[in-house]
Write a protein that binds this ligand. Structure first.
Ligand code: KDO
Length: 331
């Protein structure tokens, strides 16, 4: 959900707030607990990698305590919780970051990143340094690694064939509740409706929405295929999340522990990316076997409209001059 508190107040307030993790200063016997809150299921490959790789790799100096299915904090409120010292970690997104630091909206644009490899190279490139630095100083959030979620596809409970954005007219498409997400739904030609991730299944089941967009592995994990009839392979966003940690919490670890945290994060992200990519190629068959129609629309017509809408949008005014070209040039 969009942050309920005033953006300026939050940013101004982070410098003055105390952080309640006194235990992090104490001896090894009391290792600090790193609580992570996220809306994903525990079977999501990012969650699996964090459980299998990240937690064990840091267990000698910190206790990793994940909370899935948004059971600790509501989707979209995690950054505010970290900034206020009420949470140590989350898996955040450019769409959420853009509600607080508008420049992040460049990564919410459809058809900008080409694939997982491009996404990884862009995150490691100096082109993102300024946004990362602003996020640390203004929000107290350090982005450890980029996590590949997958290519987002349109998934509908209706049967009408979708070839171009014009065919999306009137489709009530669920989007996460931030301005950038809702804009993407609109750019796809749909009528976007904001809804939390954890409410999608029931909304599809009851017909409160006509569809949703998410990568194929998410569709499988959250069983959206049980309550929908078709998947339109628009691949409109190479979706990225970031493993995020409170900067102040991070700074309290020794340099060796910080390096171990960074490596654990990169290793977990690498495993998750490899598995998500494999699932994306396998799953088309899985959905077809369950009776869904899976097909590729006229992608060029989607690309043209979505890119044109973004470049003409108010979001583009917050993108540093030349940044789109620099991102496109990364190979
Ligand atoms: C979603 O709400 O559709 C979304 O895919 C948005 C992502 O940025 C991310 O928050 C994701 O949900 C969750 O991690 C659940 O997979």
């Amino acid at each position: 959900m969009t942050s309920s508190i005033n953006r300026r107040a939050l940013i101004a307030g982070t410098g003055a707030l105390g952080f309640g993790l006194a235990s992090i200063h104490t001896a090894k016997a009391q290792t600090p607990t790193l609580r992570l809150s996220g809306p994903m299921t525990p079977t999501d490959q990012r969650a699996v990698a964090l459980i299998e790789i990240f937690g064990p790799a840091i267990s000698s100096f910190a206790t990793f305590q994940p909370h899935w299915n948004a059971t600790l904090f509501r989707q979209g409120t995690e950054l505010e919780a970290i900034a206020r010292g009420n949470l140590e970690m989350s898996v955040t997104s450019p769409q959420e970051l853009a509600t607080l630091i508008p420049g992040w909206s460049i990564f919410t644009a459809g058809y900008l990143l080409r694939d997982a490899d491009h996404q990884q190279k862009v995150f490691a490139d100096a082109v993102v340094n300024d946004l990362k630095a602003q996020t640390e100083t203004r929000l107290n959030v350090k982005l450890l690694s980029v996590m590949y979620l997958g290519r987002r596809q349109i998934n509908l409970r209706t049967e009408r064939e979708i070839r171009t954005p014009a065919d999306m007219a009137g489709v009530r498409l669920r989007m996460p509740n931030t301005e950038a997400w809702l804009f993407l739904g609109q750019a796809l030609g749909a009528n976007p409706l904001p809804l939390a991730f954890t409410e999608i299944y029931t909304a599809l089941q009851t017909g409160a929405i006509d569809g949703q967009d998410n990568p194929l592995p998410t569709n499988r994990d959250s069983k959206f295929y049980e309550v929908t009839r078709q998947i339109v392979l628009t691949s409109h966003l190479v979706d990225q999340n970031y493993l995020a940690i409170s900067k102040r919490v991070f700074d309290r670890f020794t340099p060796a522990q910080q390096a171990a945290l960074q490596k654990a994060s990169d290793d977990a992200a690498a495993q998750a990316r490899t598995r998500q990519l494999a699932l994306e190629t396998e799953l088309e068959g899985f959905f077809r076997e369950r009776g869904l129609r899976v097909y590729t629309p006229d992608i060029e017509s989607f690309r043209r409209k979505v890119q044109a809408d973004y470049l003409a949008s108010r979001f583009a005014r917050d993108w540093p001059a030349g940044m789109v070209d620099r991102i496109n040039a990364i190979r």
